[in-house]
Design a binder for this molecule. Structure first.
Ligand code: COA
Length: 325
């Protein structure tokens, strides 16, 4: 039994924040942002929760294939910006969709959250426990972004995207391999220090801006390229393929320079790499399904194509998957 993606969907909030808007907020400029990140605009949720974005992305995916929400067995929602600490945001999405027969939970693996969720759903499908699953990446990073810190606020955005995964008897189709890695030695590279069990919410925590993302961007950048390339090679090798077989690479959309560096390192044609980071910034767990949905909607993926999905996230998580579409 294999797991196959049978639909994709996405939702980006209406409000757009441009680089020139950011020029008025912090000491930055459009040229620096475009040159260092490739980002031109990001979307910002205004009055919508993470589960609202996730619900709209899920509807987009299920409506395309006229899927009855009652036929969904599993909903996994990847996020670092849940509606609230408890209960899981996936349950709010279940209720909004009316997916009464699904069991639902959230996954936090930062920018690799979608890949971790896909891997879990793949295992459930392979075991025969689940027939249809929704895998959603949804984020409101604007809520944990320090809008006074120019080194981070230019990068992040809000959005959500979803794939529908279904069991298939065809062993040569769908997810051929998916693999995950983590390294807890680098939890200092990126974190939101509070509120949590170490530091609860207090006036001091708020004053020190510890409720926002702290990131060592340059160190993260360097490790990302190396890790993405090596795990991608392992994943392809495991199914007897190599980089020249890749028709379409959907990399985590953190920074166009990271994707360009991966493309150079693994030597695939630049046009085979999907780029959407310019239009929504780094949306963490939502970024790979957003890019995948864009590629799917815009005819960049054909039946039988070999897709390489790869991610890198805090702190540290990384993953790769080889899919025959
Ligand atoms: N506008 C203008 N200048 C800025 C700036 C901004 N928004 N942010 C930082 N700078 C300055 C720095 O202060 C530094 O100035 P200095 O040389 O005078 O000290 C200079 O630009 C270079 O900073 P640096 O951090 O080395 O830039 P960079 O090329 O590494 O780009 C990131 C910064 C954050 C865009 C890049 O490191 C990155 O994308 N990292 C990965 C982050 C990521 O993906 N995190 C999520 C995990 S997936």
């Amino acid at each position: 039994m294999n797991a196959k993606i049978i639909s994709t969907g996405s939702y980006l909030p209406e409000k757009i924040l441009t680089n020139s808007d950011l020029e008025k907020m912090v000491d930055t400029n459009n040229e620096w942002i475009v040159q260092r990140t490739g980002i031109k605009v990001r979307h910002i949720a205004d009055g919508e929760s993470t589960s609202d974005l996730a619900y709209k992305a899920a509807l987009d995916a299920i409506n395309k294939i006229h899927l009855d929400p009652l036929d969904i067995d599993l909903i996994i929602l990847a996020t670092v910006t849940p509606d609230m600490p408890l209960p899981a945001t996936a349950l709010f999405v279940q209720e909004k969709l009316g997916a009464k027969n699904a069991f639902c939970f959230d996954i936090n693996a930062a920018c690799s959250g979608f890949m971790y969720s896909l891997s879990i759903a793949n295992a459930y499908i392979k075991s025969g426990t689940v027939k249809k699953a929704l895998i959603i990446g949804a984020e409101e990073l604007s809520k944990i972004t320090d809008w006074t810190d120019r080194s981070t606020c230019v990068i992040f955005g809000d959005g959500a995207a979803c794939v529908v995964l279904e069991a298939t008897d065809d062993e040569n189709r769908g997810i051929l391999d998916i693999r995950l890695k983590s390294d807890g030695a680098y939890t200092n590279l990126m974190r939101v220090p509070a509120p949590g069990s170490i530091k609860q919410c207090s006036e001091e925590v708020i004053k020190n801006r510890e409720i926002y993302i702290k990131m060592l961007g340059n160190e993260t950048f360097k490790m990302s390229v190396r890790h993405i390339a090596s795990i991608s090679e392992e994943s392809l090798e495991s199914v007897g393929l190599n980089f020249s077989d890749v028709d379409c690479m959907v990399c985590h959309q953190a920074n166009k320079r990271i994707i360009d560096a991966v493309v150079r390192r693994i030597k695939i044609p630049a046009e085979n790499a999907v780029i959407t980071v310019d239009r929504h910034g780094n949306t963490a767990a939502a970024s790979i399904p957003l890019a995948l949905d864009w590629a799917n909607k815009n005819g960049k993926i054909k039946e039988d194509d070999i897709l390489l999905l790869n991610s890198f996230g805090a702190s540290l998580t990384w993953a790769a998957s080889v899919i025959r579409w």
